[in-house]
Design a protein around this ligand. Structure first.
Ligand SMILES: Cc1cc2nc3c(=O)[nH]c(=O)nc-3n(C[C@H](O)[C@H](O)[C@H](O)COP(=O)(O)OP(=O)(O)OC[C@H]3O[C@@H](n4cnc5c(N)ncnc54)[C@H](O)[C@@H]3O)c2cc1C
Length: 573
């Protein structure tokens, strides 16, 4: 790679002339200063080359990194303990890895800095189990998305989580694009993505009348499916706990002590402990965790995506997921851009999502929403369903993806710190891929531990089945009657929009992870996720939590410590 040539291109394109480049055995390291974040990211991409990772330390002029959100808890609960494997991060990656490791007789600890699992990207995504049609090259993403997608039916059955394989339409508005899509069909067949085909205007109009006006056909990917990303993450974590893993919430890794090329001790806000092997599943903080082990050879550049949630009663929405394909203008970016284009997505719960977009941001925890993203997502995605109105949007949220500059996953044992495994750069479609890479990560850990002497034995008591929580909504009238007779709490509806009963809320509150927050209930049973967004049921849930655990109403939190909903009495009676 000719650095000087690229630097002169950087100068020409961005008028930036104080960038320095150095090369190490694993990385190309950039330093300097620039006054535009998007340009910093674009410059980083110009240095991507085969076999090395970009570490982009170009500073944004006038910007200082916001302090990381960290838990205040200091109880020493983990002080002096010792673990075979410590998994850092309670997103889908960490929870799948922990559950895979629970197939072995190992002392496994998963630490998550928030008060629940699924608080990072795993709790704020589209829940699409991707087919992989956008991927153009053989890479880790492709390997794991194809394998992960195929595993979803079985794994969701084991974990008692709903999954539907509905397929996905990618709409063409020109005959030329439809013709070019034949290349995508050939490529996906070569990559092992099942059944991708082109369907004509007539068939599309029959299957999706809402888009019939302008579409000349669509690419159809039958293996696309949907899952609740947070319920699945919770289910993996619960099954891991059921099989002996310890999950420590409100626990942030603050530093690591590396001795003789190994992580010897990990310091958290809840104490310092020893680990034989460490798995870094820290999402947007994965490079920070790597740096703590003096092993930073890649950079994560946060990329925010905003989604809009529609009222399930919205008119004129497609019956399944429909994405706008490339147009003549954008054809060069088909499969190459930083989002898969999103779409109008029918979630597993019957709502529709519009989105997401993709915006490069400097702050890793900036999940704010704004007018610009709202407008961009709404205008882009409603091209396929023009009857949808702004008033149909009942909520919107953002999540932050964690790409590397190479835009591929990093799933490997460190070459520098021998007991450290990185699961990094897990941007979309990480949710899809996780069941597959989780197995490989567990094998890497077991192989490493076996190599250190003591043989790792299988956990003969491992039970892959996580009992499915009772959901009154799923039952027939007779079954529900019988349930209510056994426990009248299942007849008291607390969340009217989603039809969630007191019995289900109590069941969710007594979860194996010990999460007693309002949002913990929401993630588990959807209370508060309907049209009124908790306006009616939230005070009731606060009261239920207070009574169930004998705590003062003022001490009930929405989520992390400090997110108390009530702050005191305004009137004494
Ligand atoms: C808007 C959007 C839409 C998406 N849509 C899809 C989709 O439809 N399908 C799909 O397959 N993928 C999708 N993705 C991608 C998917 O969400 C991610 O790939 C996946 O959730 C990443 O999971 P993770 O566990 O690696 O990271 P995360 O879920 O971010 O988890 C990392 C965890 O590590 C914790 N952590 C960080 N630092 C520390 C520390 N120091 N100590 C302790 N804990 C720490 C964090 O709190 C966090 O909980 C989408 C992503 C976004 C943002």
């Amino acid at each position: 790679m000719n650095f000087n040539k690229i630097l002169s291109q950087v100068y020409k394109k961005y008028n930036v002339d104080d960038i320095a480049v150095t090369e190490t055995d694993r990385s190309i390291v950039l330093t300097g200063e620039c006054d535009n974040w998007a340009n910093i990211v674009a410059i980083g991409k110009m240095f991507v080359t085969e076999g090395k990772h970009v570490v982009n330390d170009i500073r944004l002029k006038g910007y200082s990194e916001k302090p990381e959100q960290l838990p205040a808890l200091r109880d020493g609960a983990l002080e002096g303990t010792s673990w075979d494997v410590v998994v850092i991060g309670g997103g889908i990656s960490g929870c799948v890895v922990a559950r895979e490791l629970s197939r072995y007789k190992l002392r496994v600890l998963l630490v998550e800095k928030h008060s629940d699992v699924a608080r990072g990207a795993s709790g704020a995504n589209d829940g699409m189990v991707h087919a992989g049609i956008d991927l153009k090259h053989r890479c880790l993403k492709l390997k794991y998305v194809v394998a992960g997608n195929a595993m979803y039916g079985d794994v969701c059955k084991e974990l008692g989580v709903d999954f539907r394989r509905t397929g996905q339409y990618v709409i063409f508005d020109s005959r030329l694009i439809r013709f070019l899509a034949k290349g995508t069909v050939r490529r996906t067949a070569k990559f092992g993505i099942p059944g991708v085909r082109i369907i004509g205007k007539k068939q599309l109009a029959q299957e999706e009348p809402s888009v019939k006006d302008f579409a000349v056909g669509a690419l159809y990917a039958p293996s696309t499916g949907y899952v609740s990303p947070y319920q699945l993450t919770v289910a993996f974590a619960e099954n891991a706990v059921q099989n002996g893993v310890k999950v420590s919430l409100n626990t942030a890794v603050l530093s690591m002590d590396v001795q003789e090329g190994k992580v010897a001790r990990i310091t958290t806000n809840r104490g310092t402990f020893a680990a034989r092997c460490v798995v870094n599943c820290a999402g947007v903080f994965a490079d920070k965790i790597a740096a703590m082990a003096d092993d930073r050879y890649f950079s994560i550049h946060p990329r925010r995506g905003t989604d809009l949630l529609l009222d399930p009663k919205s008119q004129g929405v497609p019956t399944q997921t429909v994405s706008m394909g490339p147009t003549l203008k954008s054809v060069s970016s088909f499969g190459g851009g930083s989002t898969k284009g999103g779409g109008v997505i029918k979630t597993i719960d019957g709502n529709y999502l519009l989105g997401p977009d993709a915006v490069e941001i400097p702050d890793r925890e900036d999940t704010a929403t704004n007018r610009e993203s709202f407008d961009n997502v709404f205008n882009k995605q409603t091209q396929v369903c023009p009857k949808v109105k702004r008033g149909d949007v009942i909520a919107y949220f953002s999540g932050v993806r964690a790409p590397t500059y190479e835009e591929d996953f990093i799933i490997e044992r460190s070459t520098k710190v021998e007991n450290l495994v990185h699961v990094a750069g897990i941007q979309s479609p990480g949710l899809t891929a996780a069941p597959a890479f989780g197995k490989d990560v567990a094998s890497m850990v077991v192989d490493y531990l076996n190599g250190t002497g003591a043989q790792v034995l299988p956990n003969r008591d491992f039970d892959p089945v996580r009992p499915r929580p009772v959901r009154a909504k799923d039952l027939s009238d007779e079954e529900r009657d019988a349930l209510i007779k056994r426990d009248p709490d299942f007849g008291k509806i607390i969340c009217r929009c989603e039809g969630v009963s007191l019995g289900e809320i109590k069941q969710a509150l007594h979860n194996p992870l010990g999460v007693h927050t309002v949002d913990g209930v929401k993630r588990r049973v959807r209370a508060g996720m309907g049209r009124c967004q908790g306006g009616f049921c939230m005070p009731l849930i606060v009261d239920i939590i207070s009574k169930e655990f004998g705590i003062d109403v003022n001490d009930v939190t929405k989520d992390d410590d400090g997110s108390n909903i009530a702050v005191g009495n305004i009137k004494e009676v």
